[in-house]
Write a protein that binds this ligand. Structure first.
Ligand code: CTP
Ligand SMILES: C[C@](O)(CO)[C@H](O)COP(=O)(O)O
Length: 248
């Protein structure tokens, strides 16, 4: 007997199991205070504003001593154990959804360390993904002149920036495709620093959806103050009733 059909669901996978080594803080960067709340809370608030009906899977370090479940604004959510690398955390989250997710459901993967993503960009990405079988990602065209180093701190050559983009998150794909892509990449021993690269390795071309440059990934110590300025500027840019309203 065939399964009764249901509407496609939207799943959010948020890798939040990193240690924040480059940040060098006393706790993982997702728990540092940004505009009065932990980074993780700010990121989940943006996702929830854009997609209140989505189902969340949060990747957390099994030894995480900071997480508070009361911070999660989603009605339907679960946690999954983080892995050694970001890609392992994401794959384990997908495995944790296997009992409920259908192959054609859409999954958006978004770094917890990107709290400045706007609601407008989130919704625009999703609108683009609905029409693209290969999935897609928010990205920005490279704006600086690109140098290749010689391994000793000097310039080996200048690389053309024509056609180069910075990959951001979210990155979104059909559930079945993403599982297949990550498994194939692992089997081939490929280095996978984002979901799109695994899908590309299958010979597909995920869509580049131009996003805002202020969707930064908090990585280094100076990024935290930068993110605070960005959130403040975004609040001024959009009155509270519009798409960037802060809910925290
Ligand atoms: N094993 C890992 C490593 C990273 N991440 C998550 O993946 C995102 C991007 O990773 P990155 O910015 O590198 O975060 P960290 O790993 O925390 O930082 P660092 O590399 O400096 O240690 C973050 O949201 C991070 O929490 C994860 O879920 N599991
Ligand atoms: C996925 C990502 O945010 C795209 O820019 C990025 O690659 C993740 O950061 P990491 O330092 O590679 O884990």
């Amino acid at each position: 007997m065939s399964e009764p059909s249901r509407d496609k669901r939207l799943w959010l996978v948020v890798p939040a199991a990193g240690r924040g080594r480059r940040m060098g803080a006393e706790r993982p960067k997702q728990y540092l205070t940004l505009a009065g709340h932990p980074v993780l809370v700010q990121t989940l608030a943006r996702l929830h504003q854009a997609f209140p009906e989505a189902r969340l899977c949060l990747c957390l370090d099994p030894d995480d001593a900071y997480f508070d479940p009361a911070w999660v604004p989603f009605g339907e959510w679960r946690r999954s154990p983080g892995g050694a690398e970001r890609v392992d955390s994401v794959r384990q989250a997908l495995a944790a959804l296997a009992d409920e997710a259908h192959v054609d459901d859409l999954v958006l993967v978004h770094d917890v360390a990107r709290p400045c993503v706007t609601v407008a960009d989130l919704r625009r990405l999703l609108a683009n993904l609905r029409e693209d079988a290969a999935g897609g990602l928010l990205a920005t065209p490279a704006a600086d002149t690109m140098k290749r180093d010689d391994g000793h701190g000097s310039v080996a050559r200048t690389e053309s920036r024509r056609g180069l983009w910075h990959a951001q998150t979210p990155q979104g794909f059909r559930y079945g495709l993403l599982c297949r892509a990550l498994d194939a990449a692992r089997a081939r021993g490929l280095e996978v620093t984002d979901e799109a690269s695994a899908v590309e390795a299958l010979g597909l071309s995920p869509r580049l959806v131009p996003g805002r440059r202020d969707n930064i990934k908090i990585t280094h110590p100076e990024d935290l103050a930068l993110a605070a300025h960005i959130l403040a500027a975004q609040r001024e840019e959009s009155p509270p009733t519009q798409a960037n309203e802060e809910s925290v």
